[in-house]
Ligand binder design. Structure first.
Ligand code: 3PG
Length: 322
């Protein structure tokens, strides 16, 4: 997997479990549980003696999971991790020698930073994906927003203090590639062999990361005068109309479309934080995108699209949360 492919995968999945493992024999069931919850990569930290063996087991026996090594504090530890089968290297801080070793060996590396100066050091080494750690202590999302001004091209994997209560504020931040966290892989869950619970926590994290929420229902009508008729009927229900070129919005919940467009009955629109990421999420559930329906914003980010499948005769419209 190239660095580009790895970072695309990390972006699309969005949630990176940061694991401290006490017993390497738990590595395989843990990896399988996370995979069942929809997570296809894992960071095993060098915070225990079992780390190396756990990386080796996952690399050898779980082709469906990409395993990386975390808390890699020097080049020899990076080498040990890669020999064991780690596909990427993460660290809490930025060690120039470790970064250089990884780059010269073609291993994706995500060192941790906490200040603008460290970001500049990362950039000078050719890195544009960095770990933002410890995220909550450093000011969380407002610090990330401040950093996006001087460093518009840098993406962060934010970790440290993130869980289900604040995951969505990070998921919304445009410079967050993904978040990392240990809440779904806590030592008591792993040592207690709570594999089902881990799978459920992983699935919930991914679901929450999408920020999916219902936006509006679209009603197809054959032409403008039919649309105006529907709109004037809906006004009796205390709805306010806003007449646009191709449709009339009634409050924000109903869109009366001035032609027979997608969907036998019309469409259901859902907002999500990142359309590309949510398309990946929905593809795992059997949905496919209608490639001809993409629209983009000025920066080239996907703004909306339709899915190929209908639900109850309604087309599904995905729109990026503003
Ligand atoms: C890390 O190294 O990324 C952290 O230990 C993860 O942070 P958390 O334990 O607060 O989730």
């Amino acid at each position: 997997m190239t660095k580009k492919e790895l970072f695309k995968e990390i972006h699309d999945i969005g949630v990176l479990p940061v694991v401290k493992i006490d017993d390497e024999n738990n590595a395989i069931p843990l990896a399988k549980a996370l995979n069942k919850g929809g997570i296809s990569y894992i960071e095993i930290t060098f915070r225990t003696d079992a780390a190396e063996g756990a990386i080796r087991k996952i690399a050898n026996e779980c082709p469906e999971i990409v395993v990386g090594a975390g808390t890699v504090i020097n080049p020899s530890l990076a080498e040990k991790a890669v020999r064991a089968g780690a596909s990427f290297i993460v660290s809490a801080g930025l060690n120039v020698e470790t970064v250089k070793w990884c780059i010269s060996n073609g291993i994706p590396v995500v060192p941790g930073i906490a200040t603008p100066s460290e970001i500049e050091l990362g950039l000078s080494l050719g890195l544009d994906v960095l770990k933002f750690f410890p995220a909550e202590t450093l000011g969380g999302v407002s610090m990330l927003k401040a950093l996006s001004g001087p460093f518009p091209k840098v993406k962060f994997i934010a970790t440290g203090g993130i869980d289900m209560t604040n995951i969505q504020s990070y998921a919304k931040a445009p410079n967050v590639l993904a978040i990392g966290g240990s809440w779904m892989v806590k030592a008591e869950l792993i040592n207690g062999e709570k594999w089902e619970e881990i799978a459920t926590l992983a699935a919930e994290a991914r679901e929450r990361f999408q920020g999916l929420e219902f936006a509006h229902v679209g009603i197809n009508t054959p032409n403008e005068s039919a649309a105006l008729e529907v709109a004037s009927a809906l006004k009796n229900f205390s709805m306010k109309d806003k007449n646009g070129n191709s449709s009339i919005f009634m409050n924000t919940e109903i869109e009366v479309v001035k032609k027979i467009y997608k969907g036998g009955n019309g469409h259901l629109a859902f907002r999500c934080f990142d359309v590309e990421r949510t398309l990946r999420y929905l593809s795992e559930k059997g949905f496919q995108v209608d490639d001809e329906t993409f629209s983009y914003d000025a920066r080239g980010t996907i703004k909306s699209c339709y899915l190929r499948q209908e639900i109850g005769g309604f087309a599904i419209h995905l729109i990026k949360t503003m």
